[in-house]
Design a binder for this molecule. Structure first.
Ligand code: SF4
Length: 699
């Protein structure tokens, strides 16, 4: 009876891109329970984060009033938040004063250094409407395209390769399509941990006996128990592995000749390229024997329907775009696309990283991926927004931080992102943040990034506002407000709009529905999705051209949205990681997430159940490697790279490949990104977060 709710609000999960629908049970203005709803991506299921990670909005550390940095308090790039008094460097301010201070700083930088001295990071955790307004503010109020978000560190390489190859950066088939697949390939992804409810669809398909799973991952994760084949290829050998599979398909007559002839271009270039990549030649490089490579290639190519899902193990490399080009080539040469149970699915990380990218929260594109350097696209948005727009693609996340370190970016507005924790080589990122003349941070908590702020604007949590969100399957759904923000914390849409008004923009949106209507008018992909329809039907999949279009879960059925209507196959060659292990730093660091925590931990480490399950930072090491350094599970280890050093507890895990260690990046007290390398993939500008050289010692 204590937990008997007085209200129930149907909404969604604030964490991952699976996009589970749920119900918040509210009592006395607080969420007391969460239950799953029968949404298209979860069928009533929730993982531990969705079910138990609901109490962070009520945490005592919530920011409840605007804050301005006290005069004379320097920003120390080596400094840390003082847990006893994290707000020591700030004084409380009224909203009026804080917003004026924020906007005046932006105006001063434009006047003194020009519009391109400003940049903004929006959030993949905010709604589509928030992301749309944020990028519109940077483009029309700041006057620059220097706007990006965490997709740059997540699937930017997937999007670049997909746009180049098939003309659309989104998934071709939903996760639930695995039930129609005879073969499912999961590569560079640990969905049981990172997309837990999506993993249940994969496991159930295998259990039915009609689907075979091929897991390709250097780590032997729990999903390997369900796999017909687990290929623990060497970290960094993705292209060798995938080109070997392509070699088998091309040389053993497994190519779908008709599909290749009618629906693709550039096949001959791929064919010539992969001839040099025989399984026998690649086996010593990728660590998988030639016979297994041949069996797996045949299995994938010959099945009635084969589907590929991948994660950041594929995308976060200096050759991330090349890795995805190989996956696209696999689907194209075998015709495994355009039907249920086939296709290409980059599993999205954040709950709205798909939607935030779709609505233009990226530096090179307006909403619906219209290039900013395309004159017709620019003219369209100049008409819609009523101001001249810049035609140069802006800087990306890592480039913005580099430019801040170099003194070219002087001011930033960061909404709901934590680059001091999430950016590669975070000591470098912190130097960049510390060197800014003016930093506005809008967030729920005093994050490691807010530590460097000049003004902090207290924002609202997922359950405190209403908006639309787009999941990994391209399904648009509504998240509804269940509780009110604490103290003087405000809804993000209101805050963005107040900054815009102070920069001279005449905005007067009366809530998310009005913003959504403007998005619809600008984006043909969602033209058929009205707010009323979302309320009525609960979810709609884009592309959706009209109110009578049911939406299209499976795309590319007849043509690709490329200029020629055909897919472009792009060959790739082996490029080594930027920093290989050597005598000084002999081990490989792989970073990632763990089941109970989300990204930089600002939410889940303040969710009581999740924090109780996983309260401390750990490094997972193979037991024999642990023995080699004279340590045991539970010992404190120091892990060091050329960029930084952290101390964590050892966890023995015989699924970790010998010579590698794995660290989740959610712990501020042992931030994994103090170690990582900011080297970039040249096409997508994604950083090599999945590979750098480290050394480990006990103590
Ligand atoms: Fe939330 Fe993702 Fe878990 Fe679903 S799978 S409950 S969306 S974290």
């Amino acid at each position: 009876a204590l937990l008997e709710a007085d209200r129930r609000v149907d909404s969604g999960c604030p964490y991952c891109g699976v996009g589970c629908q749920l119900t918040y049970h509210v009592k006395d203005g607080k969420i007391v329970k969460v239950t799953g709803r029968d949404g298209p991506a979860n069928h009533g299921r929730l993982c531990v984060k969705g079910r138990y990670g609901f109490d962070y909005p009520a945490h005592r550390q919530r920011l409840t009033q605007p804050l301005i940095r006290k005069p004379g308090i320097a920003k120390d790039p080596q400094g840390e938040l003082d847990p006893a008094d994290p707000l020591a460097a700030f004084r409380p301010a009224s909203w009026e004063e804080a917003l004026d201070f924020a906007a005046d700083g932006l105006k001063r930088i434009i006047a003194e250094h020009g519009k391109h001295a400003l940049a903004g990071f929006g959030s993949a955790k905010g709604s589509n409407e928030e992301a749309y307004l944020f990028q519109k503010l940077v483009r029309t109020g700041f006057g620059t395209n220097n706007v990006d978000h965490c997709t740059r560190l997540c699937h930017a390489s997937s999007v670049v390769a997909l746009l180049e190859g098939v003309g659309s950066g989104a998934v071709s088939n939903p996760v639930a399509d695995v039930q129609h697949a005879e073969v499912v390939v999961v590569i560079g992804s640990n969905p049981i941990v990172n997309h837990p409810v999506a993993a249940t669809f994969i496991k159930n398909a295998v259990k039915k006996g009609t689907t075979q799973l091929i897991l390709m991952d250097p780590r032997r994760t729990e999903l390997a128990r369900h796999a017909a084949y687990h290929l623990p290829f060497r970290p960094d050998s993705d292209v060798a592995l995938l080109n070997a599979l392509l070699h088998v398909i091309v040389t053993e007559g497994l190519v779908d000749e008709e599909f290749v002839r009618l629906r693709t271009e550039n096949y001959e270039a791929l064919k010539q390229n992969v001839l040099a990549y025989s399984p026998e030649a690649m086996a010593p490089i990728c660590g998988i024997d030639a016979r297994t490579l041949r069996e797996v290639a045949r299995l994938y190519a010959r099945s009635r329907a084969s589907m590929i899902l991948w994660g950041m193990g594929v995308s976060q490399h200096v050759h991330g775009t090349d890795n995805v080009r190989c996956l696209i080539a696999l689907a194209m040469v075998t015709g495994q696309i355009g039907r249920p149970g086939t296709g290409l699915h980059p599993l999205r990380g954040q709950n709205n990283v798909q939607g935030a990218s779709d609505v233009g929260l990226i530096p090179m594109c307006f909403p619906d991926y219209l290039r900013v350097d395309d004159e017709a696209a620019r003219a369209k948005f100049e008409r819609l927004w009523g101001v001249p727009l810049d035609g140069q693609p802006g800087l990306t996340v890592v480039e913005i931080i580099d430019a801040a370190c170099a003194g070219r970016i002087k001011g930033m507005y960061i909404e709901g992102e934590n680059p001091a924790m999430s950016d590669p080589n975070s000591n470098h990122a912190r130097e960049g943040l510390a060197s800014l003349e003016h930093l506005i941070v809008q967030d729920l908590f005093m994050t490691e990034t807010a530590y460097f702020a000049d003004v902090i604007l207290p924002a609202s949590a997922y359950a405190e506002k209403t908006g639309t969100f787009t999941n990994t399957d391209r399904i648009v759904q509504i998240g509804r407000q269940a509780v009110t923000p604490p103290g003087e914390a405000r809804q993000d849409l209101w805050i963005i709009q107040e900054i815009a008004r102070r920069l001279g923009l005449d905005w007067n949106y009366q809530g998310p529905r009005e913003v959504f209507e403007e998005m619809r008018s600008a984006m043909p992909s969602i033209a058929g999705i009205s707010w009323e329809r979302l309320e009525r039907e609960g979810h709609v999949t884009y592309p959706c051209a009209s109110e009578t279009d049911p939406g299209q879960p499976v795309i590319f059925t007849e043509r690709f949205p490329t200029p020629s209507g055909r897919a472009r196959i792009v060959p790739a060659d082996i490029i080594p990681a930027d920093e290989r292990p050597d005598a000084d730093y002999p081990l490989v660091l792989i970073t990632g997430r763990q089941l109970e925590h989300w990204h930089t931990g600002s939410m889940t480490r303040r969710a009581s159940v999740l924090d109780a399950i996983e309260p401390a930072p750990t490094v997972s090491v193979h037991p024999l490697d642990l023995e080699g350094i004279g340590a045991e599970a539970g010992d404190v280890l120091t892990v060091e790279s050329r960029r930084g050093r952290i101390a964590l507890f050892a966890r023995a895990d015989d699924g970790i490949p010998r010579g590698s260690v794995f660290i989740p990046f959610c712990y501020y007290e042992a931030a994994a990104n103090r170690l990582t390398n900011q080297a970039l993939d040249p096409y997508a500008k994604i950083a090599e977060l999945k590979y750098c050289a480290v050394r480990v010692r006990k103590g």
